[in-house]
Structures are given as structure tokens and as C-alpha cells.
Design a binder for this molecule. Structure first.
Ligand SMILES: Cc1cc2nc3c(=O)[nH]c(=O)nc-3n(C[C@H](O)[C@H](O)[C@H](O)COP(=O)(O)OP(=O)(O)OC[C@H]3O[C@@H](n4cnc5c(N)ncnc54)[C@H](O)[C@@H]3O)c2cc1C
Length: 403
């Protein structure tokens, strides 16, 4: 962008949060300019594993302890709405993004199976009884791997091509009047009743600012950074696999994730490959020889893939919060932010965009519900990453030992 643009809302960040905000604003007839540093989907939204997982990254019991039982029920139904919105949008905007349903949470240990049984109970308490526990004897009907002791099948979670979905949403937003500028990093923000957002080549002046840069926001707005820890996760995509082998590995074509803290997540692609994700490395450091590291993790689950080529491999940053619940807030009356989906942003980012658009349109009741969740800052300076690595150390050790 160049020159000075005047608009109602300036959105910084062209991932699912920013684009969803722009789309919901445009649907409401509200003027909006979206600035993206690189290309739409440059951040986590274009790099992620495409797993649509219902629920928050923290247990509902933590949600209850944080906001009380009544608001926890509202937050549950907002989460369900966020999942339902995905097929609705795919249909409405005719987005070709390989949306499929069915999901297996796979357990390595009795402790993890007990956790999954607890999840079934919790979901039932909240009115969703679709999940089913699968024991070791029946697991082969769902997944061709001996690595797990059982799992939980969830028909209301699934998978999607995330970048295709995001681009479809961005196209719909532009069609409805949102202005999207790529390669336009916001480099300076000046607060006021009119917020001024400077890029290298121009300025956007707006009544409202939405910060949707998540783990990629960097230093442009430092005050919301301490509540977020960027952690790395990685994805590898194999060469096309034999169709019979793929059917044997994924008889029900569900997406899968294990229950470890540094979890593996995987699914098939529409062109017959395995997309295998692994993370999170809480040190945010890329393992040396990433493709080999990914192959080792993948062949622990599927030994028959030894020798299969990796055609693509990449990494990205997930924004996590200390309590694993999303961080929505306002730095000023007219500056909103939403970040920290803690690895479950595929659906929750849509909710973020929806409630920020509602807020700007005059109804902030749902934004307030999430805004009330308090977030502790991560330690700063040189202790930031080591403290998190230490905190995660025990949990990772426990997962590795299988108890
Ligand atoms: C490897 C990986 C795998 C994942 N797998 C899954 C999964 O399977 N399921 C799931 O639910 N979640 C997954 N996640 C998490 C999910 O991708 C995120 O929660 C979600 O994409 C966050 O979207 P966002 O729009 O908030 O942030 P992002 O998608 O990160 O977008 C932020 C954007 O802001 C831009 N930006 C930053 N600063 C500026 C600036 N100053 N000016 C302009 N633009 C700026 C960035 O370039 C970026 O494009 C994964 C994440 C990663 C990294």
C-alpha cells in the first residue's frame, strides 16, 4: 500500500484470525484494511497441519475454574459454533479445501486412555456424546499402527487444507469489500481516537485496530508479547504413497494426533501422501537435519514407511499461553487483539474474527466473556525459553516413559 488510507478498521496480520475478522467486518458492511507483512498465510495459518480439533487446548475443568460453570457452558457452545462455522463457510464461499470429518486421539499409555475417558465424560456433560473410546483390539479398524494402546474417535473433529481454506476466506473478504495488502508490514502504531498504522510505504488511519499477528507479531506492539510463547512445530509431507498402503494405514481416513505434550499429528492428503506433523519443540529451535528427524518420528508410528521419500518439510510458530486458553483483550478502547490459540487455532481463529467484528459493530458481550480470562506472563529476558523448557521437561519425560 502507499499514501494515506482512511478506514473504519485496520487489521494487522493475514492469518486465519485477521482474515476472519476482515470477512466478518465486510459481511457487516464495515470498511476494513488488512495489512500482511508477507503473503496471506505466511504465519501459522498457512503452515499448520490442518487438524480441526474441537475443544480448547486446556481441559473444560480449567475453563470452569477460570470463568465459573455458567460462563464455561457459553464458552463451550461458542467453541462448538466455531467448528460448525467451518463447513458453513466452505459451502457459502465455495472453497475447495478438502474438508473431511472424523478424528482419532491416539493414546500411548493407560494414563492417556484414562485421560480420554475423562474427556468423553466431560463432553457428555456439556451435551456432546459423539465420542467413542476404541480399545487396542479395535484400533486396527481405524488406524494401521501398533504404536498405540487405544484412542478416542471424534466424528465432529476433522481435517482441512488450511492454506486453501484461508485463501478462500481472503477471496471472499475482498469480494465483499475488504482491502487486503500483502508485503505491507505494520512498522509503527500510534494510539489515539484515530489509530495510525505506518507501513514502509504508507499509513492507515482507522477508528479501530485489530492485532492478529499472533506468534509472528514481533516487536510492533510489545505490550501483549509476554502473554505469548512462540513454540516451533514441524510438518513433513511424503512422496505419493501406494493407495492400498494408504487405505491399510487409514481405513477410515481420519486425522490423528497422539496425546503427548510434544505431540505427533498426521493425516492423508487428497493427492495420496502422508502429512505428518511433530512438535512442539518448546525451545523453538529447528532440530538439525529436520527431514531425517521427521522421518524417525514418522517411522516410529508407521515402520512400513522406512525408505519413503519426504517431498516437503517446513516449520512454523505456534502461539501458546501459560494456561493454554486463548488470549483476547484490548490494549485501548479501540485496539483489540486475539492470540494464543495454543495449537488449536483452526476453528478458534474463526471465532476470534467473529467476536471482534461483533465488538466493533457494537456488541462486545461475547468478546468480554473471553477477555475475562487472565493470562500470566511468561518470564522475560534470557530466562524466557529455558524456563519453559524446564517446565515442559517433566511432562515430556512422563510421555516418553509412557506413564
Ligand atoms: C506447524 C504448525 C502446525 C499446526 N497445526 C495445527 C493444527 O493441525 N490444527 C490447529 O488447530 N492448529 C494448528 N496450528 C496452530 C494454528 O495454525 C494457529 O493457531 C493459527 O493459524 C493462528 O492463526 P493467526 O491468524 O492468529 O496467526 P498466524 O497464522 O500466525 O498469522 C499471523 C500473521 O500476521 C502477520 N504479521 C505479523 N506481524 C505483522 C505486522 N507487523 N504487520 C503485518 N503483518 C504481520 C504474519 O506474517 C502472519 O501471516 C499449527 C501451527 C503450526 C505452526
Amino acid at each position: 500500500m502507499s499514501g494515506t488510507l482512511r478506514t473504519k478498521v485496520c487489521v494487522v496480520g493475514g492469518g486465519l484470525t485477521g482474515v476472519s475478522t476482515a470477512l466478518h467486518l465486510a459481511e457487516r458492511g464495515i470498511d476494513c484494511v488488512l495489512l500482511e507483512s508477507e503473503r496471506i498465510g505466511h504465519g501459522a495459518s498457512g503452515r499448520n497441519g490442518g487438524q480441526i480439533v474441537q475443544g480448547y487446548s486446556a481441559d473444560m475443568s480449567k475453563v470452569e475454574n477460570t470463568v465459573g460453570a455458567e460462563d464455561a457452558r457459553v464458552l463451550w457452545s461458542m467453541m462448538r459454533e466455531a467448528v460448525d462455522d467451518i463447513p458453513e463457510r466452505v459451502k457459502r464461499h465455495k472453497i475447495d479445501c478438502d474438508l473431511r470429518w472424523g478424528y482419532l486421539h491416539a493414546a500411548y499409555s493407560k494414563r492417556q486412555m484414562d485421560g480420554l475417558r475423562g474427556t468423553v465424560e466431560t463432553y457428555t456433560k456439556y451435551g456432546y456424546d459423539g465420542c467413542e473410546i476404541v480399545g487396542k483390539a479395535d484400533l486396527g479398524k481405524v488406524l494401521g499402527s501398533d504404536a498405540y494402546v487405544g484412542g478416542m474417535l471424534d466424528p465432529d473433529s476433522g481435517q482441512i487444507h488450511p492454506l486453501a481454506y484461508l485463501r478462500g476466506l481472503a477471496g471472499a473478504a475482498e469480494f465483499l469489500g475488504a482491502q487486503i495488502f500483502e508485503r505491507s508490514p505494520a512498522v509503527e502504531i500510534t494510539r489515539g481516537t484515530t489509530v495510525s498504522v505506518r507501513t514502509v510505504t504508507g499509513t492507515v488511519e482507522a477508528d479501530w485496530l485489530v492485532l492478529a499477528g499472533n506468534a509472528y507479531l514481533g516487536k510492533v506492539f510489545p505490550s501483549i508479547r509476554p502473554r505469548l510463547m512462540p513454540v516451533a512445530s514441524f510438518v513433513a509431507v511424503t512422496e505419493p504413497l501406494d493407495r492400498d498402503l494408504l487405505r491399510a494405514l487409514f481405513p477410515q481416513d481420519v486425522a490423528v494426533a497422539d496425546c503427548n505434550l510434544a505431540l505427533d499429528y498426521f493425516r492423508t492428503t487428497s493427492d495420496g501422501r502422508l502429512l505428518f506433523g511433530a512438535g512442539a519443540s518448546y525451545s523453538a529451535i529447528t532440530p538439525p537435519g529436520l527431514a531425517n528427524w521427521m522421518t524417525r518420528r514418522m517411522t516410529k508410528v508407521f515402520p512400513e514407511l522406512e525408505g519413503v521419500g519426504i517431498d516437503h518439510v517446513w516449520g512454523g510458530l505456534i502461539g501458546i499461553t501459560a494456561n493454554r486458553l486463548p488470549d483476547f483483550g484490548r490494549v485501548a478502547d479501540n485496539i483489540l487483539h486475539a492470540q494464543g490459540f495454543s495449537g488449536q487455532g483452526m476453528a478458534l481463529t474463526g471465532l476470534a474474527g467473529k467476536v471482534m467484528a461483533e465488538t466493533i459493530d457494537g456488541n462486545d458481550s461475547r468478546f468480554k466473556l473471553i477477555e475475562q480470562i487472565r493470562h500470566l506472563p511468561f518470564p522475560g529476558g534470557p530466562f524466557r525459553t529455558p524456563a519453559l523448557v524446564a517446565a515442559m521437561g517433566f511432562a515430556k519425560l512422563r510421555d516418553a516413559m509412557g506413564f
